[in-house]
Design a protein. Structure first.
Length: 295
């Protein structure tokens, strides 16, 4: 695929892997004409086990490559870990690029929970981050929040989910669901975008009395609002360059920064086929600029 095929896309999405794809599909549902591209930074997967510096530098390297290749009007960080850890820093580094983050839907969960006992399922980095505590204090101070970092489930989703059978999928989500059932939670927050791929299995395992919530609707609405604001400003600026229009009929292409292991390509191709997303393949990005102490 030509390097500049998608230059001037409306939206670019970034995650550590496949997690943010449901967010891109939700935005496309709301705005079918939107031109999108998606990058999974699989070279640095999983982000949830990295230090704050590693998260920031890895994400920044991917964003720089996305900007170079596709010049997106708006970037969606479809990853809770990147958003709670690095969103402010990334906005400073890329001041001309509107960046929309993704954070756990704690406010939504608090509004729908009946018994005020809520489960937060996320990466270890997200559940431990002070940003989540701030969200809880602001929006769920009257709730008991049971947190679970689940890197094993995230790895299953990234490397096995899309070629797994139904029994394997249900078995993969049961440990997390059982934990929240023991905690008496009537609401489960999917605080890592990867978990949106198994939302229906989590709901099925949890039963009718448990609500499963995520931030897809809110993030897609915010991204469209930010994009519209920029478009209106561009139309009022007579000196603004006209957007590049690709002559290719496809968008939504899914790219990864590394096929590791190589068997993942089968997994990703199956995902693309089921979601009607063109498979873009592997792109190489420059290594992150290392700060002192970042290995």
């Amino acid at each position: 695929m030509e390097e500049n095929a998608f230059r001037g896309v409306d939206f670019a999405f970034l995650d550590s892997g496949t997690g943010g794809i449901p967010y891109m599909l939700e935005l496309k549902h709301k705005m079918p004409a939107a031109r999108c591209v998606y990058v999974g930074d699989t070279a640095h997967f999983p982000y949830g086990e990295k230090s704050a510096d590693e998260v920031t530098e890895s994400a920044a390297a991917s964003i720089a490559e996305i900007v170079r290749r596709w010049s997106p009007e708006t970037l969606v960080i479809a990853c809770n870990t990147i958003s709670v850890t690095s969103l402010g820093e990334l906005r400073q580094r890329f001041p001309g690029l509107p960046i929309v983050g993704t954070v756990p839907a704690i406010k939504l969960a608090a509004s729908v929970s009946r018994n005020k006992r809520i489960g937060l399922l996320a990466t270890n980095a997200t559940v431990r981050h002070p940003y989540c505590e701030d969200l809880i204090r602001k929006f769920a101070a009257d709730c008991v929040i049971s947190k679970r970092g689940d890197p094993d489930l995230i790895a299953f989703i990234e490397h096995q989910l899309f070629t797994a059978n139904e029994e394997q999928k249900l078995a993969a989500v049961r440990p997390a669901v059982s934990y929240f059932q023991r905690e008496g939670c009537d609401t489960i927050i999917l605080g890592c975008t990867h978990f949106t791929h198994v939302a229906s299995y989590i709901a099925a395992a949890a039963g009718e009395g448990v609500q499963v919530v995520d931030s897809r609707d809110g993030v897609s609405k915010q991204a469209l609002k930010v994009w519209q604001t920029k478009e209106e400003a561009s139309r009022q600026d007579s000196t603004a360059p006209l957007p590049y229009q690709s002559d290719l009929p496809e968008d939504k292409s899914f790219f990864v920064t590394k096929l590791c292991p190589e068997e993942d390509e089968e997994e990703y191709r199956d995902l693309c086929e089921s979601c009607h997303i063109p498979w873009g393949g592997e792109i190489r990005i420059s290594q992150p600029l290392l700060r002192k102490g970042f290995q």
